[in-house]
Structures are given as C-alpha cells and as structure tokens.
Write a protein that binds this ligand. Structure first.
Ligand code: ZN
Ligand code: ZN
Length: 596
C-alpha cells in the first residue's frame, strides 16, 4: 500500500526550503521525527563523531513498502499533508516532504526498511539512487546517513565544532524524550551512551535520565487547569538552577515549543527564590484546543502563539508560585558532584579527506565550555520514579521548621539545631529577607506617612540622567517624596517616605538611579522590588558583626514568619541544612554500606 503521496507543488513551496539540512542536528531531527510518525516505540540514534561521519537511526516502526522507500527520497513527497487545511491544523510532526530528498542530496544514505515480510534496501549517493534490492525482514527502519555534505564542501565548513554539534543533537534528543516519555530513546556517540530512556511514560524518569537522580529528587510535580488550558509537569526546587534558559521546556499538545513570554512568566514566578540570572529546570505539558494556537510552520523554528495568552500566563504563574511557596526549601548540604557527560566524549582525531579540517580546530575546547548544557551520568541504579516522588514528598512537605541557635561563627553564620539536625543561617541574608518583606509591605501601603527633612537634600546629576529623572518625577512623588527641580541639573528633596531610613542622601541617590535605570519599561511592582532589595541590604547586619543569643532568636523568629524565609532578595539561600544522617555520614559514624 502506498502511504506517501506526492504533495501539491504550491503547498510545498509554502514550506520554507533550503534550511532544512543545516546541521547534523537537523538530520537527526528529520530522521527521528519520521520514526515517531511511523509509530515506533523504540528509537536508537547512533552517531560517529557527533554525526559528522555517520548518523544512524534505528526504529521499530511500521516500515515502508518498496514503492514508498523509493518515493520517500523524491522531492515533495509526504504522507502527512494532503491540503492546506492540514498544514495549518498540524498536529503531527515531520511535515517537511522535501527533507529526506535534501538530506540524500548532500550525503550517502542507506535505507533498510520492512513493512511486512519483505524488506527493502535503498542506497543513494549524492541524491542518485544506486541500488534498490531486497533487504532484511526486520520490522522497522534503519536509516544511515554518512559523510554529510561530502559533495558540498562549503556546507561542510559551516558545521560547528564536534562539541557544538553533539550538544545540539543531545539537546534535541533530551527535549524529544521529555515530550515522548512513552518512547524508548537511546543516543550514542562513538560508543558512549549519552541518553537512555525507558519508554515507561513517566516524565520524572526521563528527567532523571537527562539530569541525574539528584535533580530528579528536587523536582516538584505540578498540575492545574482553567477553561482553556490544562497543564501538568515538573518544576525544580529553587535551589536547582542553571545559567541557561534552555532547561525550561514547554510542550504544547505533544510538541516542544519555544515561547519567551512563558519562560519569562516562569522565571518571574521564582523571583527572589533564586538569582534572577539563573534559570530553573521545568517541564510543562500544556494541552489546549489546537484552534486557539498558531504554530509557526517554518521548519526550523518551534515558535507558537496563543490567542488567550493572558489566561495561560496567569495559570502558569499560579502553578509555579503554589508549588514553591508551600515547601520547606532549605537546601540540604550536598556531597555528590555529578560529572558532566561531556567529559567522556573522546574526539577521534584521525582526519579523513572528506571531513573539513576546520571541524577539528576547536578540539582544544575544554569540556567546561559546554557545561551550559550539562548532561549528567545516567545512574546505574534505576530508582523507580515512585520512590523518587516519595522522597520528594518527604523532603519538601513542611514549612521552615523551628530551630534553636547555639552559637555564631565569625559574626556571620548562626549555627542552629533541632531534632532533625543542624542548620547554618547566614545572618546578613536572613536579615535582608526580613527587611525586604517589611519594606515591600510599607511601600505598598498608600497611607504611608512622610518625614520632613530638617536639612533638605540636594542631588546633582549628569545632564542626561537629570532629563530622564525630570520626566519621571511623578514616580517619586507618588511614593511620598517631596522632590522638585532645583537649579541646573539638580533636584531638591524636602520630604521622604517614613520607611526610608539610614543615610538619606545615599539612599535617595540609589533610588533615583533605579528610577533612571527602569524608566523605559517602568513597572511599579518591579521598581518597588528593586528599591526594597537595595534598602534591605543596606539595613541588614553586616558580616563580622557579633550579635547576642537573644538577637539571634529574634532574627530566626522574624525569618520564620517571612513569606519566603529561604532566600535573600537576591535569591541566595538564607539557611543550609545538615540532617543528623548527613552528619553521621560525614563523620563516618554510620555504616559505609548505606552510603548512596
Ligand atoms: Zn546584601
Ligand atoms: Zn542578598
């Protein structure tokens, strides 16, 4: 039976061409998506030298007939799109009919496929079919693409370093396994297994395969819905963060998409729980009626637009805030350092005439250059996901517990204890958090009193800053500042809000700096946050200050009453926990055999 139909020429032209085969990752993407479309439950990707030498995709899908196997490599053949309507209501993957033809045109391809009893083998070199013969009767398809770009040296030059190629393939495979937890994926490069998922349908297990058990244990399950959207997935505890946004994965109706608004909303919801320039690990599965989304059909992008964006972002914010605000977020002192998988990658430096030398010039790149995309060792002990979930529940179920100070180290760290173990509190960070919540409350109070200054403060500014401030004086007046223009490039402040204390001139200058810096997209909430953060730090006890036991007790009480007692407003931790078990382990008091 011929499944693949020749796609209408006009339609084909609508799909942007040419950029389909750009990198090794685009070939992997094309082949793997075809495997998914063929209903495979197991897909194995084997690379040689990050795919520059060979990419082999083995699946157990439904396979192709001899006719389809040959037709698959002709331009504009596709089994998915029949008319334009289909294109716009696209719910399946892999719709680019011309991709296989493009890949075959710039490489050497061997296709082994079997639909029923009779297998077919097709060999194509540089787009020319060289052999069509009977093949093995193994059900499924094996597609081998070797020497990519061997006949287009200009394109070959375009490939990045092997690390970069491998990193982008790995990134793609990671995301694909998250969106298809029911498929068993394996990714191998030069005999090193980089990713292996079990196809059990459990996303947490996939997270574990990608990031390791330590991260998986620190993921919180989330689930909620409104009239239009239903969301489920996992988000990391605030203590787990990365330097790249790349680990925030959004899946819409089974497809990984990219959306800046969603990422920003997630990140904002973590505000002050973690540093703003670090990003959480999240996997959100969004289910929605396809008629209210608009997927950009450009083959290399995964952009998406929603017609009811506001309600979606509201729901996402609610999910994240609820998930992290009811947890005990004191990070446990950690002793395990996971090893990035990249350290295992060995470059085969043997040069072949078909591979451009440029590819090897970056061979001295140190593994830490690609740490952005850290991939952890797949652990050998496959702790079942329900065990992991059980551990999560246990570790993060209660609010900040009661604890009692026993002493102060270097006038900086308060040592506390309770029946569970030992806590170390950074006194500056703790005080900063208490101040921050207090300032935010006071700043949000419209009836706040103002204090008249005995000696008005005059502040001179650079001319351009002065102009910006002049335009935005109302912001400060709304905050109960009595502030006026005063001579050349200067302002005079006669009254200030009552919550403002300390070195008034210095603090006023800082606040004016914040007005000038945020003037472009002024948002009162963010402005208040910045002012409160700045004030809280200035007012906090500095390190190397000895405080009394009573002061420590009062500080701990205040901290425990905070909405978020776990982080200073800059997102650093206030408290670290050593369980009794951890202490015993550190002092080797417990049996060695129980050490995980
Ligand atoms: Zn500070
Ligand atoms: Zn801080």
């Amino acid at each position: 039976m011929q499944v693949i139909k020749i796609m209408d020429e006009v339609l084909a032209n609508k799909i942007a061409a040419g950029e389909v085969v750009e990198r090794c990752a685009s070939v992997v993407k094309e082949l793997v998506e075809n495997s998914i479309d063929a209903g495979s439950t197991e897909i194995k990707v084997e690379l040689k030298e990050a795919g520059t030498k060979e990419i082999k995709v083995i699946d157990n899908g439904k396979g192709m007939s001899k006719e389809d196997a040959v037709l698959a490599f002709s331009r504009h053949a596709t089994s998915k799109i029949k008319d334009e309507e289909d294109l716009y209501h696209l719910m399946t993957l892999g719709f680019r009919g011309e991709a296989l033809a493009s890949i075959a045109a710039v490489s050497k391809v061997t296709l082994m496929t079997c639909e029923t009893e009779l297998g077919t083998k097709v060999v194509i070199n540089g787009g020319k079919i060289e052999e069509v013969s009977p093949g093995d009767a193994r059900k499924g398809t094996i597609m081998t693409v070797s020497e990519l770009f061997y006949n287009t040296p200009a394109r070959l030059k375009h490939l990045k370093s092997l690390y970069t190629e491998l990193a982008s393939i790995t990134d793609y495979m990671n995301k694909l396994s998250l969106s298809h937890p029911d498929i068993r994926f394996t990714l191998i490069n030069n005999d090193n297994t980089i990713l292996k998922t079990d196809g059990s349908g459990n996303i947490l297990k996939v997270i574990k395969a990608i990031y390791g058990a330590d991260v998986a244990r620190k993921m919180v399950k989330v689930e909620d819905e409104n009239n239009d959207y239903s969301i489920s997935g996992y988000i990391s505890l605030p203590e787990v963060h990365r330097s790249s946004r790349n680990n925030m994965v959004t899946i819409v109706n089974g497809r990984v998409v990219r959306n800046m608004d969603i990422n920003r909303t997630i990140n904002d919801a973590y505000h002050s729980y973690k540093p703003d320039n670090r990003y959480p690990i999240t996997v959100l599965n969004i289910t929605v009626d396809p008629s209210i989304i608009d997927v950009n059909i450009h083959p290399t992008k995964m952009d998406i637009k929603f017609s009811k964006m506001d309600t979606l972002l509201e729901l996402i914010k609610k999910i994240v805030v609820e998930a992290i605000s009811h947890k005990n977020l004191i990070p446990k002192a950690s002793f395990v350092t996971a090893k990035p998988k990249y350290e295992n990658i060995t470059l085969d430096l043997e040069r072949t005439p078909t591979i451009n030398n440029d590819l090897y010039e970056e061979k001295t790149v140190k593994p830490n250059v690609v740490r952005e995309n850290v991939i952890y060792e797949v652990s050998d002990d496959p702790a079942p996901a329900d065990v992991i979930e059980e551990e999560i529940k246990e570790e993060v179920s209660e609010k900040m517990p009661e604890m009692y100070p026993v002493g102060l180290v270097h006038g900086t760290y308060i040592i506390c204890q309770n029946e569970k173990g030992m806590y170390i509190i950074d006194q500056h960070a703790a005080k900063e958090r208490c101040n921050y919540e207090k300032f935010k409350k006071e700043m949000g109070n419209p009836n706040i009193a103002s204090t008249a200054l005995l000696f008005p403060v005059i502040i001179e500014l650079p001319a351009n800053d002065f102009l910006i401030l002049k335009e935005n004086l109302q912001i400060l007046k709304d905050l109960k500042f009595d502030i006026e223009e005063f001579g050349v490039n200067s302002v005079i402040i006669k009254q200030h809000p009552a919550w403002l204390t300390g070195d008034i001139e210095d603090v006023c200058r800082k606040i004016i700096e914040i007005v000038i810096a945020t003037e472009k997209n002024f948002d009162i909430e963010k402005f208040n946050e910045k002012v409160a953060t700045m004030m809280s730090c200035k007012k906090a006890i500095k390190a190397n200050t000895n405080i009394t036991m009573e002061e420590m007790e009062a500080l701990i009480d205040d901290l425990r009453n905070c909405k978020n007692p776990y982080n200073c407003p800059h997102g650093r931790p206030t408290t670290i926990f050593y369980s009794n078990y951890d202490l015993e382990r550190l002092f080797k008091r417990s049996g060695f055999d129980v050490i995980k």
